[in-house]
Write a protein that binds this ligand. Structure first.
Ligand code: GLP
Length: 244
């Protein structure tokens, strides 16, 4: 795993540049996308630069990592809504090229999401955030390394972390559908973004401990093409002792 400790602006610019270079070199590339606050700046940068540099996303296909079970795509906290609002409506990607697991008819996504990714040739770049408990996508501690797209019960800590986006903690869905750890590991390249102090412990564990299902992100150590971007706060507990 390669570690980059940069400020927020540098993180956004560097990742957006890498994605745009991929789109230029391979216009029909497949992007794995994440929600949450961590990738937001990257999406803003992508929207600005793709217009400025006239880079088209018309042949790109995207697959999002996860979705809340029970939220309609039109719900303003659904991940489909987030992606349309924060990225897809700002670039020229045809909406039919964008895939987000279905939080209502989730059986179809459970059965076919990984197949659909494979049929497109697999994910070229997968963006990831990380939960304060070390989850990636919605793969909570204890998730099997062999998991593909599946429905999960969210941990209390994740419900609390994500309550900030809802009117009340009681409105946060208790279940989600998520690509599994095995789905994520099939991506050709993985870029994880960690911003803020509440990620510092998970990042410390990621770089100082071995692979353990209590920290789902630790499976990334088995992948040979992973870049981890941290801001100073997320990297604040590293103290230079890294075991990648
Ligand atoms: C949610 C998402 C994850 C995301 C995490 C961190 O739980 N399912 O994919 O990585 O939140 O979100 P944030 O970037 O807002 O800290």
């Amino acid at each position: 795993m390669n570690l980059f400790i940069l400020n927020e602006k540098e993180i956004n610019e560097k990742i957006a540049r890498e994605i745009l270079d991929l789109v230029k070199d391979k216009p029909s590339c497949v992007l794995g996308l994440a929600t949450g606050s961590s990738p937001l700046g990257v999406y803003e940068e992508l929207a600005i630069l793709s217009k400025k540099e006239n880079i088209s996303f018309k042949d790109v296909t995207t697959f999002n990592l996860d979705e809340y079970v029970g939220l309609n795509p039109s719900h303003n906290q659904s991940y489909r809504y987030f992606m349309n609002d924060k990225l897809f409506s700002h670039i020229d990607i045809p909406i039919q090229n964008t895939n987000v697991p279905d939080g209502i008819n989730y059986q179809d996504s459970m059965d076919y999401y990984d197949q659909k990714i494979a049929l497109k040739g697999g994910i070229d770049i997968q963006l990831l955030g990380i939960g304060s408990n070390g989850h990636i996508a919605f793969n909570e501690p204890g998730t099997s390394c062999d998991s593909f797209t599946h429905v999960v019960d969210l941990k209390e800590s994740t419900i609390k972390d994500n309550a900030r986006f809802f009117d009340s903690i009681n409105d946060v869905p208790r279940k989600a559908i998520t690509m599994g750890l095995a789905s994520i590991m099939q991506a050709k390249k993985i870029i994880l973004i960690a911003k803020g102090k509440n990620k510092a412990l998970a990042i410390r564990r990621l770089f100082t401990e071995g692979i353990d299902i209590s920290l789902p992100a630790s499976i990334l150590k088995k992948h040979d093409n992973v870049d981890i971007y941290c801001d100073e706060e997320a990297a604040s507990l590293l103290k230079g002792d890294r075991a990648c």
